[in-house]
Design a protein around this ligand. Structure first.
Ligand code: ZN
Length: 175
């Protein structure tokens, strides 16, 4: 059974960012909810156990999961649970962001055929998710790190669309 809900205007297809990505079949306006994520809540402390007992679940969690707290990851654990939105890629110039923990909304108008993306800066604080980036955006940061959420340019860009636990951290920093 699919674990997430994906808007019917989205499809998965080949992407230049990663092998696969999510694309708009038609134009979508700013502020539209395009996905509601489902998943298992996995403690980062339990990951090494999972790595030993179920390698494919472990890899899925690292590939697809995002954080809902400093020590908690939200993720499907098997490919059979994927809907379209699980093929969502990171971009340093993302056109979607979070509202609350599980809703993904468009941050601007999306053109037909455009790839739907989010920025990992909005949902990671753990080095587990550090990665090289080849998104090819003009402002590509070349790598995605656990500290990206601390950048004031990104805080400004994605304000209101970080995971709530990161929104709270930013608020505490800027007080
Ligand atoms: Zn990039």
């Amino acid at each position: 059974m699919k674990i997430s809900w994906t808007h019917e205007a989205l499809i998965s297809n080949k992407s230049h960012i990663n092998k696969n990505g999510v694309f708009a079949k038609r134009a979508i306006k700013k502020g539209v909810r395009v996905a509601v994520f489902g998943g298992y809540v996995v403690s980062i402390n339990d990951l090494s156990k999972i790595q030993k007992s179920n390698k494919s679940a472990y890899q899925t969690i690292l590939d697809i999961g995002y954080q809902v707290d400093d020590d908690l990851i939200f993720s499907p654990v098997a490919k059979t649970q994927f809907s379209v939105i699980e093929y969502l890629n990171h971009s340093c110039e993302a056109n979607c962001g979070f509202v609350g923990e599980i809703n993904l909304v468009t941050l601007r108008n999306i053109a037909k055929g455009e790839e739907i993306t989010m920025d990992y800066a909005t949902c990671i604080t753990s080095k587990l998710f550090n990665m090289k980036c080849e998104c090819a955006a003009a402002n590509c940061r070349k790598k995605v790190t656990a500290d990206d959420w601390k950048r004031s340019d990104l805080q400004k860009k994605y304000r209101g669309h970080f995971q709530p636990f990161i929104e709270r951290k930013i608020k505490a920093l800027t007080k």
